[in-house]
Design a protein around this ligand. Sequence first.
Ligand code: FE2
Ligand code: FE2
Length: 296
Amino acid sequence: MEDANLLTEVVVTVAVCDRSQYGSRMVSQFGLSLLVDCSWENGFATRILFDTGWDGEVLLRNLADLRVPVDSIDKVVLSHAHYDHTGGLEGLIRAEGARFQLIAHPDITRRVFSGGSELKFVGLDTETLSLLPSRHLVLIREAVEIAPFVWTTGTIPRWSEFEEPEEDVYVLTDEGRLVPDPELDDMALVLRVGADRLVVLTGCSHAGIVNTIDRATEVGGSNRIGGVVGGFHLLDKELEVQRKTVETLSQFSIESVCSGHCTGWRAEDMFQEVFGEAFSRLYTGDRFVFRGTKDE
Ligand SMILES: [Fe+2]
Ligand SMILES: [Fe+2]
């Protein structure tokens, strides 16, 4: 790795999530979008948007508030199909100056529904992807390095014993049948900062946050995690699952956990108790900085 051009700084800014800090003028809405500014040792820099929130207007307004022109976004990565992560995409594609490359899992275009007696379509309108020039669209199932030391996890293996597939989520097959949705499109973004510190960004962690971090360490080639930022989808999980999740994560080498969106207040409280100052709740506009050198 001697001649590698190290990733030396990653700044994650919450472009949209479900709640705002006191006094913030930014707009919050159910969903998630994280802006990721990466800088390398040789001066190269790139800007990635991880998820787009629910609504393009909200996303564009907040990006303007952050003084982030749409033409400065090089890549957009989608964590999974759900509307609260992909709904802002159409507005972003149609915005003046949009020129980004889109990276997602090929299953992102499947027809997904959620609910009990009343099913609701919760996926991505496939027409949206057709608005992009095809050379700007990368649909890939495997992990892929989208910039030096920046990878998507691809499909996340489900190893954890207590992280069960979600209930009440369905996919419409080509034969017109509704079957349980395994949500295999769910993936995370992994960045290796400096020598060996990983930053893991998650959308909803439908694959399970423990599985996600396991996969991230495999893809990023390190067990040292500088930060995990995003949604953990624990809000509707049983207390026991929430407890096991927090306990398991406390055994990983994790320096900071920044979570919100679908994590839920109860699980957030548990993280707060176990991780102390290393835990923070996500708010729209929050900024997390991760730095590293070749020695650390
Ligand atoms: Fe979500
Ligand atoms: Fe989701």
